[in-house]
Design a protein around this ligand. Structure first.
Ligand code: NAP
Ligand code: GLV
Length: 309
């Protein structure tokens, strides 16, 4: 068996070492142009040349949860695309989103500013019933986030493509459920995959439908948000602010209005990082399952190439 690792923007060596340890008798190598045909590939942002030179791959393992970048490329015809299925990301996402929701709801930025001025001041307690959180995307990450927010007694709504039942969460589905979902949401969390259907989904029209004083938490992809529309709605006062982890252009360009905006917090695409050991263990487990004859369709995280996630 031959496994090729092909990563840009991340070091290949630790992945090679982990996969060699998992499969001592396999050939595990870093890709170089003209490399021998491999059975499996472990990739992050591979060049098109790699995909074109490896038409026989059985599976491409993406070392992230989102496959939007891969879906824009020409893929080997017979290869399944397998994304990370949690692999330690959902707890990180639950931490990040809980932090953002609680920081906003409890007005911790306001307290911080008061403390900077040596002010001992109280704010009127807010009612969590007035701050329903709506999670767009009830997949691996969205469901973990929704369940975590319930632990803090926030009213939680969820929206997905197909109908879901998540205990304690008011679930909406499909285009027909979208308006009602937005109208029932004050703090909006985006955990959708970026696809042609979800590109620009947070725009002036949709964000205007949130309850007044809405707040936006984008932890999915920058392409989900129309940045100027968000700025206009925050500046007009319809939205109270936003916490954003992902951007149309990353790194966020110097001078971008988000950097210094008093109502917008930014982080550098770090809400849920790929954890190498967990991810290698997950990918190695799936390769072993395939080698022992398990049908690929039964693996968690296999991307539906029609839906593009
Ligand atoms: P997932 O398990 O595939 O879940 C995706 C969810 O989105 C599903 O509930 C799906 O509905 C829903 N969905 C997809 N298209 C939709 C549409 N058109 N309308 C309504 N709902 C739609 O994905 P995941 O593992 O939770 O990850 C979600 C995304 O998070 C990734 O794609 C990635 O972009 C992002 N992410 C970001 C970071 C970061 O650090 N910022 C880290 C990891 C992941 P169904 O259940 O009906 O299919
Ligand atoms: C990170 O953004 C991922 O998709 O895993």
């Amino acid at each position: 068996m031959r496994i090729t690792v092909c990563c840009t923007d991340t070091k290949a060596d630790p992945w090679l070492a982990g996969l060699r340890a998992a499969f001592p008798s396999a050939t595990v190598e870093n890709w170089a142009p003209g490399a021998a045909a491999a059975d499996y590939a472990v990739v992050w942002a591979p060049p098109q040349q790699f995909l074109d030179e490896q038409p026989q791959l059985k599976a491409l393992f993406n070392i992230g949860a989102g496959v939007d970048a891969l879906m824009k490329m020409r893929l080997p015809a017979g290869a399944a695309v397998v994304r990370l299925d949690d692999a330690g990301m959902s707890v990180q996402m639950a931490e990040y989103v809980s932090h953002a929701v609680i920081r906003h709801f409890r007005e911790f930025d306001g307290y911080e500013a008061d403390v900077q001025q040596g002010k001992w001041s109280f704010r009127k307690p807010r009612m969590r019933a007035d701050f329903p959180v709506g999670v767009m995307g009830l997949g691996v990450l969205g469901q973990r986030v929704a369940r975590t927010l319930l632990q803090f007694d926030f009213p939680v709504r969820g929206w997905s493509r197909s109908a879901k039942t998540v205990e304690g969460v008011r679930c909406f589905a499909g285009e027909e459920g979208f308006e009602a979902f937005l109208a029932a949401t004050r703090i909006l969390v985006c955990l959708l995959p970026l696809t042609p259907d979800t590109e620009g989904i947070m725009n002036r029209q949709t964000l205007s439908r949130l309850m007044p004083g809405g707040y936006v938490i984008n932890v999915a992809r920058g392409g989900h948000l129309v940045e100027d529309d968000l700025l206009a709605l925050v500046d007009s006062g319809h939205l109270a602010g936003a916490m954003l982890d992902v951007f149309r252009t990353e790194p966020l360009p110097a001078g971008h209005a988000f950097w210094q905006h008093p109502k917008i917090s930014v982080t550098p695409h770090t809400s849920a990082r790929t954890l190498r050991e967990e991810s290698i263990a997950q990918i190695a487990g799936k390769i072993a399952a395939l080698e022992s004859g398990q049908p690929i369709a039964t693996l968690a995280g296999v991307v539906d190439l029609n839906k593009r996630y």
